[in-house]
Design a protein around this ligand. Sequence first.
Ligand code: GLV
Length: 318
Amino acid sequence: MKPKVLLTHDLFPEAIELIQKEADIEFCTSGRPPQKSEIITKIKNKQGLLCLLVDQIDKEIIDAASRLKVIANCAVGYNNIDVEYARSKGIYVTNTPGVLTDTTADLTWALILAVARRLPEADRFSREGQFTGWQLDLLLGQEVTGKQLGIVGMGRIGRAVALRAQGFQMKIVYSDPCPLSSEQERKYQAHRVSLEELLRTSDFVTLHLPLNAQTHHLISSRELSLMKKEAILINVSRGPIVDEKALAEALEKREIWGAGLDVYEREPQIEAKLKQLNNVVLLPHIGSASRETRLKMALTAAKNLIQGIQGKKPANAV
Ligand code: GLV
């Protein structure tokens, strides 16, 4: 008899086929995301769980899962899972690092350019029939080339963002508890500074770090007040790293010039004030959303799940 696994959502057929060779799959059906009560009921006889970042896998679910060996998250971030508790029960938690690095760095750059050059506003302007002719001062934005980019969190994605910044001849600074080696600093042309200095001196500040107790509201009123008036903040990591109310206020009062967000504090809700402002570009958490990358994420999660139910240490155990 094959081991049983629970999938909180449907996946691409390629990933389903892979799992079906090794396990019997049951799906959650009570919604997107499914209700917690459904996960609790269905997890009881399962050896593996494959979930998405919208599924909150807490103590109660883990306690209901007496046979569980692995929780495979189809995301690089895993703040939706009580990892410590799972670990204390001998359950592996896995993520999907690496496969989404470039895609997420590309989206970061799409946001930098969209905010700096006011692309969504310009698109609306054109569609609304307001384009009546070239004007010297129409929709003026911020120059990107040659400016200073501050990268908060110099992991895989932060470094991929830095590589792209070299094409824009930017000065790159970063803050991270772990310094890069001097060889890496040369490769990424990046110089380590304190968070405070990064905020005070950068024209663009971009966040690439995991959400945890230390990074919750890392950027709040005080940090925003340190930033330049012309600065732009980009967040493609996790919403609660930024105090959204404080950000909305700073944008409204023009204490900073603009922001680009792909993630929110209370997803899928977005702070009402943000939606009224023109100087913020709002995306629906699509950092890794290319067809190729989402498929790779699903396949990586599927492989981690299979390794876990087979009693092997999964390649991407966190
Ligand atoms: C997306 O946000 C991810 O963590 O993969």
